[in-house]
Design a protein around this ligand. Structure first.
Ligand code: SF4
Length: 371
């Protein structure tokens, strides 16, 4: 039997499973219409269901008083509407960042982060419980992959974030929490369609960013979806050997392949993409690294987000000093004008980039492991 492609979204031996009861929160309008037809109900019931589930954030069938009692009872017996439990919330003392620990029906836990930029709220959303890609600077990678989130669970995660900030509005969503969104492609895309739809949560596609470690097959698929969502690529090294040490996924998709998928994405969608680059002292912050990054970005319609590494307890990776960061930036800006230095937020509550993890797991030092 041939090996499955490592990006394959089916046949995932060893992955945990989400509960099997059909969940209406993961259904698009077309799915809800099919469901109503299969139950012998008129089509407009689908809009009523969507309005309760997504518009009014209702998860009890009994409360849906404009549906006949017989339908409510049947739905309650055979279907579910996902509701997570917020079991912990932490608030940063340095800024307005908040981190929520959510638990789903089967006990699976993930973290969602709420970032605040001058009052504008961004939800940093998880797509998997853990992650299988093991990037050395990322705490989630240390957990391994426990299971994918379903579309319903992702939508519920966003609704939970929206509930937590009421009466304020959620301005942006970034799939930069736990997990690799393109490794859970179908569920993430379905959730994005529900989040984006007028009958769903009505969040504009341009306010949604999907961030990938560089799964080129998923990037190519995403380019063909006809969605206006933003794509970010977590790059972190512009030299192949170094990228392999920092991000083992780079062995599957060497840089030339990644750059070609990025170019294809920009050409097909007419959109700019973002490269994320976490600066790690003594690893990827030399002037040579800056030149390699500038060279890689040259000719691509892209922006570079530089992020200083967030330390977690007990690891040996550190961020560069202010001066070192400045040097890297000025080297990069000599040829690459579209560089933004992103502030780290919520690092005192381990809510910063690469700090999310639920079951404790350390980060390895790539200098020691030789990865
Ligand atoms: S950075 Fe992303 S892809 Fe890499 S281990 Fe962390 S969650 Fe997974």
């Amino acid at each position: 039997m041939p090996d499955r492609h490592p990006e394959s979204t089916d046949g995932r031996a060893g992955r945990g499973r989400a509960p099997e009861v059909p969940d209406l929160k993961g259904m698009t309008m077309a799915d809800l219409e099919d469901l109503c037809a299969s139950l012998g109900e008129p089509r407009y019931r689908a809009s009523q269901l969507a309005s309760w589930i997504f518009g009014k954030d209702e998860s009890e069938f009994a409360a849906m008083t404009n549906l006949p009692a017989s339908l409510r009872n049947r739905l309650a017996g055979e279907y579910t509407i996902c509701r997570s439990r917020t079991i912990r919330e932490e608030r940063s003392e340095k800024d307005e960042t908040r981190k929520l620990l959510l638990e789903y029906a089967d006990g699976a836990r993930i973290e969602a982060v709420i970032l605040d930029d001058a009052g504008r709220k961004t939800g940093c959303i998880s797509s998997q419980v853990g992650c299988r890609f093991g990037c050395v600077f990322c705490a989630t990678g240390g957990m391994g992959l426990k299971r994918d989130l379903t579309a319903a669970e992702i939508v519920e995660e966003v609704q939970t974030v929206a509930r937590a900030i009421r009466p304020e509005r959620l301005e942006n969503l970034v799939f930069m929490g736990m997990g690799e969104p393109l490794d859970n492609y179908d569920a993430v895309l379905k959730a994005v369609r529900i989040l984006n739809a007028e009958w769903g949560l009505g969040i504009g596609a341009r306010r949604i960013t999907i961030s990938t470690a560089g799964l080129v097959e998923g990037m190519r698929r995403l380019a063909g979806e006809g969605l206006q969502v933003n794509l970010a690529v977590s790059l972190n090294a512009a030299r192949q050997e170094l990228r392999e040490r920092l991000m083992p996924v780079a062995r599957l998709h060497p840089l030339p392949e990644l750059v070609s998928a990025a170019r294809e994405y920009c050409e097909k969608t007419g959109r700019m993409l973002t490269f994320e680059y976490v600066l790690l002292r003594g690893l990827n912050d030399s002037p040579e690294d800056a030149s390699a990054l500038a060279e890689l970005a040259a000719g691509l319609p892209c922006k570079i987000n530089l992020i200083c590494y967030n330390r977690i307890d007990g690891d040996t990776l550190t961020p560069p000093t202010k001066d070192e960061t400045k040097r890297f930036l000025s080297e990069l800006r000599r040829t690459c004008p579209t560089v933004v230095r992103r502030k780290s937020r919520g690092d005192d509550i381990s809510a910063g980039c690469g700090q999310l993890r639920v079951a404790a797991g350390g980060r390895a030092d790539p200098r020691e492991t030789g990865r």
